[in-house]
Structure formats: C-alpha cells, structure tokens
Write a protein that binds this ligand. Structure first.
Ligand code: AMP
Length: 170
C-alpha cells in the first residue's frame, strides 16, 4: 500500500513557506491506518514497551493505537497549562525562539521502557523535548517513531543516540 496517497500536502499552512502534511485522509481510511500501525509495529517485534508517549495533538492518534497493540499505557505530552495534574516541563528550540512541553509527573515510573511517537519528525525539537521529559522522570527510551520524516530538516541528528524509525521519508 502506498501511504503517500493518503497524505495530503497543504501549501503555505499554517504559514507561508510550510508544506503541511495533512494526515486526515489517512485517519479516514481504516485499511491505511491499520497498515500504518503494522509498519510502526514491525520495528518493535519482541520489544517490551511499558508506555507510549504521544505529542499533542496529531501524535495522539497513532500513539493510542500503538499502546493498545503493545499492551502498554498511553501518555500525552501537551502544550503548557493543558494537563490538569502536577507537571514537569521541557523547553525546546523552534526556528525562531523556544516552546515548552509538559507531562504529568507521575506518568512514567523509574525504569519503564518508553516509545516516543509523533506524526512528523521535522527539526526534531519536539521529539527531543519529549525524550528529555521521559528521562527526567527516569524512563528509558527504546525508540522514537514517526509516520513521516522530513529528512531535509535533519531532525534525526537531534535524536542521537536514540533509535529512530519513520514509515515515510520525504
Ligand atoms: P519539529 O519539532 O520541528 O520536529 O516539528 C514536529 C512537530 O511539528 C510535530 O508535532 C508535527 O505535528 C509538526 N510539524 C512540523 N512540520 C510539519 C509539517 N510539515 N506538516 C505537519 N506537521 C508538522
């Protein structure tokens, strides 16, 4: 199955110069969604995962599906002031300036094996921030996986030495 048929390019969204990778056609198609989950799981054979961490908001869709299949818990990482319980925060670099992510401070126990998931790996700042949050809580990162990697932005370099897998590379 060619998953690229289910990813819609939106020019200049949310701002000029960005080609936004819209996954709503993929999410609307159960066969394509199932295929995508299978591809992501293919790199996690016989690997124990305790928690799957998804990034707000498009990371949530597949992170919850993966967590179910892996018999793991799902944990959301969100923008500041969205999570109701006590949180810890990590700041990460954007093209201009910085942004912050938060996680509940009881979301991961020391030594738990963690899978990081997001829809797109672009500059890598978001995923790196998620890794920092997980490690600050004592979790161990097993892999970072993505539906798409925008290779021309070299985000993978920020994620060394973690294992990284992306279903589609642009
Ligand atoms: P980055 O931190 O630069 O790796 O950006 C990754 C985050 O921004 C992910 O949560 C993506 O959902 C979002 N993102 C970045 N670039 C795109 C894009 N071209 N299309 C869709 N989402 C994107």
């Amino acid at each position: 199955m060619d998953l690229q048929n289910y990813i819609r390019d939106i020019q200049d969204f949310p701002k000029p110069g960005i080609i936004f990778k819209d996954i709503t056609p993929l999410l609307a198609n159960p066969q394509a969604t199932r295929f995508c989950v299978e591809q992501l799981l293919s790199q996690l054979q016989n690997v124990k995962i305790d928690k799957v961490i998804g990034a707000e908001s498009r990371g949530f869709f597949f992170a919850t599906l993966l967590a179910q299949k892996l018999n793991a818990g799902f944990v959301p990482v969100r923008k500041p002031k969205k999570l109701p319980f006590e949180t810890i925060a990590a700041s990460y670099d954007l093209e201009y300036g910085t942004d912050t992510l938060e996680i509940h401070k009881d979301a991961i126990k020391k030594g738990e094996k963690v899978l990081i998931h997001d829809d797109v790996l672009a500059t890598g700042g978001t995923a790196k921030g998620m890794c920092e949050l997980v490690e600050n809580l004592g979790g161990e990162i097993v892999q970072c996986n993505f539906l798409m990697e925008l290779t021309f932005l070299s985000g993978i370099e920020k994620l060394q030495p973690y294992k990284v897998f992306s279903v589609i590379k642009y």
